[in-house]
Design a protein around this ligand. Structure first.
Ligand code: FEO
Ligand code: CA
Ligand code: CA
Ligand code: CA
Length: 653
């Protein structure tokens, strides 16, 4: 899938659209909305200001008349202080993790750390076996949540860190790199995927350590799983060799009100392939980007489980939301099929009027934003022994050109999703969620990534990391290499509503290349991916600039530096750069101790192949980065970083 960047060693397959439907794109919608406002307000600048609204990035942005006056800070803030209280860090090209003055960063649980301290030790030559890897923290840390253990203050010093391992870098995972795929290498790769549960404790000096815990576990690409909801494990399309096992490409995540963790299956199509020349993708498979060549893992060459022709039902066991109870180490993960099947970036769960609501972006260029609304009171359902995630309505978003929006139900028998149109039942709608969303007329988006909800007013924020722009003269970026953050307000601020209003919170990018961008050296960023609100209402933004663009002038990315994390005030629009990551990495995953005095974030794929820095190899795995160990014989490793303040204060304040 390197058509867009033929000379680069790495590409983002998500940048290639598989959506050939005629649905309007977000860019077209915004274009229409801007054009209309342009006429009303008399000029492009005024139009852009309206579109961006009163809370745009950069202090000087927005229409002065619309900007809320907030002397002494925003409403409801502790002591009326400004939400952001740290000195921004500079952009960076260093192989380092850089935090503001007054902060410190501790590397925790890098790839290969035993999930219990008495487990098998990490081997820096990548010589750990599959069996050892299955007892160690996986590769490429991503979405993450801290579940406090114990009551009150105890929960600030002890808890479970639960995190996803999105994918693997075969160059770094195996001593011989990706050369010649074998069954043992597939087994190790599967063991490095999935989810880690580790118990951590804070020491007296404020640092954190893993402890031997009965709750510590790994869920991998080989762990037995169950299916629940309208698509059951015995569905004819899920029949395959052996019982259902494993979860793969777990990107962002979710947390339910009842304390479980949701891992989300994103680019699952890339693990499957075939050499059978008679194999052809079905329309649904084509829509999901399933291809004979696979995504470069080549597992199908060594393990028939991943051969599309030999074991065709296996791939239908992927593309779901997976519920894991971290406090029940013997529990079986459950794939909750009512939430649909697509390239789930994450699953942001909230509740409204007693019902559970879950938002999820489908991260591919030209794909959609979804939400699931439970059908009844979730507490009552749980009391009756039913999962609130098994019963409800899945919707897909339509962003109208007048700043309004609508949630379109994906319910069998409604609208075009009828038997007469070839939709057999609700299971069929869910197995082919993308095609169902095409049929109802969802709005194409520039790669929807994470979604987060402002705890102060229920506004919902979604990162659109970058994309082809879908004729988005408005952005006015076509293509849109920097991405933006869209924000919406559900009617009556009720997440179960089926209509909403929307605006754009910030256009990312570099004003040196794009004068619509209202950012400066303290906060230029591109390709927003992770977004997360802390309990005080700070909006944290993490970036994932592809290594096919990072630092490159011809991509407009030479001033932005390594991937980073920023904090924003959603009311004033102020944004400050909080940290920068090492070479080749993205920053992803954010969670805090309940007292917000430790912030945990992940550094994913340090040292991966980049156009700018070069490529790692079995001979020199350190060619791009040697973070965090800086061992002259070691290799770069994804890791969680625990960030604290020297004075023990709240992070970001
Ligand atoms: Fe896994 Fe869409 O980032
Ligand atoms: Ca991501
Ligand atoms: Ca990524
Ligand atoms: Ca991304």
């Amino acid at each position: 899938m390197s058509a867009q960047h033929p000379v680069t060693p790495v590409t983002d397959p998500d940048d290639v659209s598989s959506n050939s439907s005629d649905n309007p794109s977000f860019g077209e919608v915004v274009q229409r909305r801007i054009s209309r406002r342009d006429t009303l307000l008399g000029g492009t600048a005024a139009a852009a200001a309206f579109l961006i609204g009163p809370a745009v990035g950069g202090a000087a942005a927005a229409t002065p008349a619309a900007a809320p006056a907030r002397p002494g800070g925003g409403r409801g803030r502790p002591g009326g202080r400004p939400l952001l209280g740290f000195t921004p860090v500079s952009t960076s090209d260093a192989d380092a993790f850089v935090v503001p003055d007054g902060y410190r960063a501790q590397v925790l649980i890098p790839w290969g750390t035993p999930v219990r301290p008495d487990g098998p030790a990490w081997r820096k030559d990548a010589g750990n076996t599959a069996e050892e890897q299955a007892q160690q923290v996986g590769m490429n840390h991503d979405g993450m949540h801290f579940f406090p253990l114990g009551h009150g203050r105890e929960g600030n010093r002890r808890g479970l860190l639960v995190l996803n391992h999105e994918y693997i870098d075969q160059e770094l995972l195996f001593p011989d790199g990706p050369a010649e795929m074998t069954r043992e290498k597939v087994a190790k790769a599967l063991a490095a995927h999935g989810v880690s549960v580790v118990e951590i404790e804070r020491r007296a000096d404020g640092s954190w350590e893993t402890v031997n815990s009965r709750l510590a576990r790994r869920v991998t690409g080989d762990t037995p799983v169950k299916f629940s909801g309208p698509v059951r494990a015995d569905h004819p399309e899920l029949r395959a060799e052996g019982q259902p096992r494993g979860t793969l490409n777990n990107c962002s995540h979710g947390v339910t009100p009842w304390g479980t963790y949701l891992a989300c299956e994103e680019n699952w199509n890339s693990y499957f392939g075939t050499e059978d020349e008679s194999w052809e993708p079905t329309p649904a498979q084509a829509r999901y980007g399933v291809a004979a060549a696979g995504g470069g893992y080549d597992w199908h060459l060594a393990d028939p489980r991943f051969d599309l022709a030999a074991n065709p039902g296996e791939i239908n066991r992927f593309g779901w939301i997976v519920e894991i109870d971290p406090k029940k180490p013997d529990s079986t993960p459950v794939k909750r099929t009512a939430l649909g099947r697509f390239k789930h970036e994450g699953c942001t769960v909230t509740e409204s009027r007693g019902r559970v609501v879950a938002y999820s972006g489908d991260d591919q260029d030209g794909d959609y934003i979804y939400k699931f609304v439970g059908s009844g009171n979730w507490r009552l359902q749980r009391a009756l022994g039913r999962s609130p995630l098994d019963h409800g309505t899945l919707y897909v978003a339509s962003f109208k050109d007048d700043g309004k929006g609508e949630w379109l139900p994906l319910t069998h028998g409604r609208g075009p999703l009828t038997r007469a149109n070839g939709w057999r039942d609700q299971a069929d709608v869910l197995l082919r969620t993308r095609e169902a969303a095409d049929a109802v007329g969802a709005t194409k988006m520039d790669r929807p990534e994470w979604i987060t909800i402002n705890p102060r007013n229920n506004d919902v924020y979604c990162t659109l990391t970058n994309g082809s722009g879908w004729d988005a003269a408005v952005n006015p970026r076509n293509p849109n290499p920097y991405g933006h953050i869209v924000r919406w307000t559900e009617k009556r601020r009720d997440h179960t509503s089926t209509t909403f209003t929307w605006d754009i919170f910030v256009l990312a990018g570099d004003p040196a290349y794009d004068d619509q961008v209202d950012l400066d050296e303290t906060n230029i960023f591109g390709s927003p991916d992770g977004v997360w609100f802390d309990n005080d209402g700070r909006l944290w933004i993490q970036t994932d600039i592809s290594n096919s663009s990072q630092h490159l002038a011809d991509k407009g990315y030479d001033n932005i530096g390594n991937n980073q994390m920023l904090a924003a005030d959603p009311e004033t629009g102020e944004i400050r750069r909080f940290l920068t990551g090492p070479r080749g990495s993205e920053i992803t995953g954010a969670t805090a101790s309940p007292d917000q005095r430790t912030l945990f974030v992940n550094v994913q794929h340090p040292g991966e192949a980049t156009v700018h820095w070069g490529e790692p190899s079995p001979e020199n795995p350190r060619a791009v980065s040697n973070w965090p160990d800086f061992d002259p014989e070691g290799r770069p490793r994804s890791a969680t970083v625990a960030i604290t303040r020297v004075d023990g204060g709240v992070i970001g304040a």
